[in-house]
Ligand binder design. Structure first.
Ligand code: BTN
Length: 245
């Protein structure tokens, strides 16, 4: 991952750019990375926009071709990618670093980065996965609309070289991806769970306009979040549940 690296100054979204490249040109090598200094239409999960100050942060997309992965196991890709980002950042940030289900990167209660995975499915298997990663690195402040965003610089009061962190992330994603490819999905699932934000803690959530107190107990193989509420386990998709702070 990252051997074939293309950097662009400005683009709508690296995910969109990579998707267009795939449909217009000859096949690209697996592990190709498209990195942009700035995106003017960065996209997040659930139709959100992704804002990032030009030149300050990491915004990039990785091409994976996990033909070995059945669609029902697609969530293992989310696990592998979030673990790769986690492992790259852990030496900088230590134990306050967490993965917020399904694949946000959190430091304490603040969002350091996010992941947007878009797949192209062919006969029940994943032909292409475009792995979009946005990480706040050297940005010094965020406007109120950015919610609970935080950057590495705001935590550690230093500037970081984007290329260095990019290559660390690529190496760690590759390691977890290869372990998935080798069939070690149980290990991937177990480590992912152990890194989870709010795991086994009594917290407030909202679902269907109802606030309730619950405890995250698990993530199903296919990616649903399992929350215990009054000794009963309920499963949620991303659209169905909101974490309340
Ligand atoms: C989220 O937290 O909702 C996911 C954010 C993903 C942002 C990255 S930045 C690089 C890539 N290109 C995009 O347009 N989005 C992803």
């Amino acid at each position: 991952v990252g051997q074939n690296l293309v950097t662009i100054k400005e683009v709508d979204s690296t995910n969109t750019f990579l998707k267009n490249l795939l449909s217009n040109s000859k096949p690209l090598p697996e592990g190709t990375v498209i990195m942009a200094e700035s995106q003017y239409a960065g996209r997040g999960q659930q139709q959100n926009k992704w804002h990032s100050e030009p030149g300050k942060n990491l915004t990039f997309s990785i091409l994976l071709t996990p033909g070995f992965l059945p669609v029902i196991n697609q969530f293992d890709l989310n696990r592998v990618v979030s673990l790769g980002v986690f492992d790259a950042l852990e030496p900088y940030l230590g134990s306050k670093l967490k993965i917020k289900w399904p694949n946000d990167i959190y430091y304490d209660d603040r969002k350091l980065g996010g992941i947007l995975i878009e797949t192209h499915i062919l006969s029940g298997h994943i032909k292409h996965a475009i792995i979009g990663i946005g990480l706040n690195i050297n940005q010094e402040s965020f406007d109120a609309g950015a919610g609970n965003a935080i950057s590495l610089k705001q935590i550690l009061h230093k500037d970081y070289d984007l290329r260095t962190i990019l290559s660390e992330i690529c190496a760690h994603i590759e390691a977890h991806y290869l372990s998935l490819k080798a069939g070690r999905f149980l290990a991937v699932r177990e480590v992912y769970l152990s890194r989870l934000y709010w795991l086994n803690q009594q917290k407030y959530f909202r679902s269907n306009d109802q606030v309730f107190e619950g405890i995250i107990r698990n993530v199903k193989d296919e990616g649903l979040l399992v929350v215990e509420n009054n000794n009963e386990q309920q499963e949620f998709s991303l659209k169905q549940i909101e974490f309340l702070n």
